[in-house]
Ligand binder design. Sequence first.
Ligand code: KG4
Ligand code: ZN
Length: 336
Amino acid sequence: MKDVYILAIESSCDETSVSIIKNGHDDIATVINSQIDVHTKYGGVVPEVASRLHLENITMVIDECLDRAKMSLEDIDAFACTYAPGLLGSLLVGVEATKTLAFIYKKPFIAVNHMMGHICANMIGNDLEYPLLSLIVSGGHTDLILMESESKFKYLGQTLDDAIGEAYDKVARILGLPYPGGPNVEKYALEGKPTYSMPKILNDDSFNFSFSGIKSHVNNLAHNAEQRHEEINKYNLACSFQNCVTEHLVDKTKKALIKYNLKTLLMSGGVASNSYIRNALKEMCDSIGVKMHVPDKIYCTDNAAMIGAAAYILYKNNKFSDFSVNAKSNVQLESL
Ligand code: KG4
Ligand code: ZN
């Protein structure tokens, strides 16, 4: 089969990103334009601001990606983008840009589910063996998905309330750390000790997760200390929180690997860039003879390379979209 070059666009939240991916495997060029500096002023992503910035930046980011790849739009075999889930106004910018390119250059349009993108971040520069277990840990999701092949997704469990990234961001706010919370909580946790007692979370036989109880617990600890005019130790509280949520992730993932007798674990999503969590899961996998894959940190948080990798699977399966497909804020990932 001839080489397939896909230009992919990701704009579901606060990153405008464009990649050119060859055969779903090689990252020819990736540009990520982050809006973090703007949203930090507001303590979180402001949807209207995010969509306006995507609109301002999208053409420039596409041009820069083509320049880096030393390619032109005529060299592209298909145009892909994230269409769901995410912020509607932000998604719309990527979807409209991609449809326009596909229409003008008469090439297929491929609409990609963002969660499939996160999983496929593990395919960049990497060959995988199935069946496997996929753990997605992001700002909106905490999912355990059984994959019999690259196109079959069976949900084993998901969070019953907050996503793990959301919990990190809320704990950061409680501790007075700036947006984006996750990396800052990780930095503080590294300097601390797990001195605060934490609740046992959802210690049951399911493969579901829960993070709202521990977030409330951290909030209560901080609030009670404030009322007693005591100083909370931010480093130790961050560390206690991080240890507790990591143990929860490790526990449920280990149970699923053993129950389904799986020998490969994929980890992905923004929280997968957390070194403490990466190491803890790796240690658990080593202890039960499971091979773990986790993307380079740049491919953990939102990027278009992962969307290009996922789009290639859709391309191979002739899963092209027509121009009636539009942005959606929430869609569960389904098998192809
Ligand atoms: O995958 P992602 O970029 O966007 C979504 O699809 O949600 O994930 C963003 C989330 C945020 O909640 C952010 O705080 C969290 O990932 N995150 C981290 C770290 N880096 C990003 N959480 C913990 N430790 C990190 N190092
Ligand atoms: Zn994401």
